[in-house]
Write a protein that binds this ligand. Structure first.
Ligand SMILES: Nc1ncnc2c1ncn2[C@@H]1O[C@H](COP(=O)(O)OP(=O)(O)OP(=O)(O)O)[C@@H](O)[C@H]1O
Length: 232
């Protein structure tokens, strides 16, 4: 399933006028690919992610998830779409302090009505995929920042989202751990054929992503370069 933003314009109230946060943004993310969105603070990256997540409706333009134009959906249908199709990885892991790694994932499946045995199996598989099989019964207090971020990513994948939206996943990590998290996201995207948007202000470690798009003052420059071509 692909994600397609076209002509997206978003404004916020700003005193007596409106501030244009996104200005006719086009972004096409095919299934199985990572689109990195880079740009300075205040350029519109978080706004773009919120619109793609269908958390904010744009003033103009379209957000199409697979074949579904989200403009045609009411609030309840949008909530269903988010639950069934969209995984969001926030900048801060926000793990629940009292739950083990495997339980953080099981909660997501429980909210979605998945039977417990199936949930546990998938949670274990995902923790294995993110390299944390041996940390499954650890609580967040006993995990490093990088390990917590990997649990965060695994949790977002629990309900098999077709679209994965990731906000600054490396901001709290050192260079090596940051690189490992981006590698992991790229590998999972290719394996699970998700359409992944990776928002970051940090341009390092983007060699493996499929496209890089630069946002400046709410406008996207199409594409700044293909990630894989960066080092040629
Ligand atoms: N809820 C809001 N109300 C009014 N203005 C907002 C709101 N959210 C963001 N903005 C403004 O919209 C513009 C884009 O903000 P946005 O948070 O999308 O940028 P960003 O690139 O994610 O920044 P950062 O990297 O600092 O998180 C900025 O000028 C910001 O001040």
């Amino acid at each position: 399933m692909s994600l397609h933003l076209s002509g997206v314009t978003l404004t916020y109230p700003d005193g007596d006028s409106r501030l244009t946060a996104l200005d006719q943004v086009d972004l096409h993310v095919p299934a199985g690919s990572v689109a990195a969105v880079v740009g300075p603070s205040g350029s519109g990256k978080s706004s773009l992610l919120a619109v793609a997540a269908t958390l904010i409706r744009p003033d103009r333009g379209r957000v199409v998830v697979g074949e579904v134009d989200t403009a045609d959906l009411d609030r309840a249908a949008l909530a269903d779409l988010r639950r069934s199709t969209i995984g969001i990885v926030f900048q801060q892991p926000n793990l629940l302090a009292s739950l083990t790694a495997v339980e953080q994932l099981e909660v997501m499946a429980h909210l979605n009505g998945t039977p417990r045995r199936e949930a546990t199996k998938r949670a274990r598989e995902l923790l294995d995929a993110v390299g944390l099989a041996d940390r499954a019964i650890h609580r967040p207090g006993r995990l490093s920042g990088g390990q917590q971020q990997r649990v965060n990513i695994a949790r977002a994948l629990m309900n098999e989202p077709a679209v994965l939206l990731v906000d600054e996943p490396t901001s709290a990590l050192d260079q090596d751990r940051g690189a490992a998290v981006i590698d992991l996201l790229t590998t999972i995207t290719h394996q699970q054929a998700t359409a992944t948007v990776l928002v970051t202000h940090d341009r390092s470690h983007l060699e493996g992503v499929d496209s890089v798009h630069e946002v400046v003052d709410g406008r996207i420059h199409q594409p700044a370069r293909a990630g894989a071509e960066e080092n040629r």
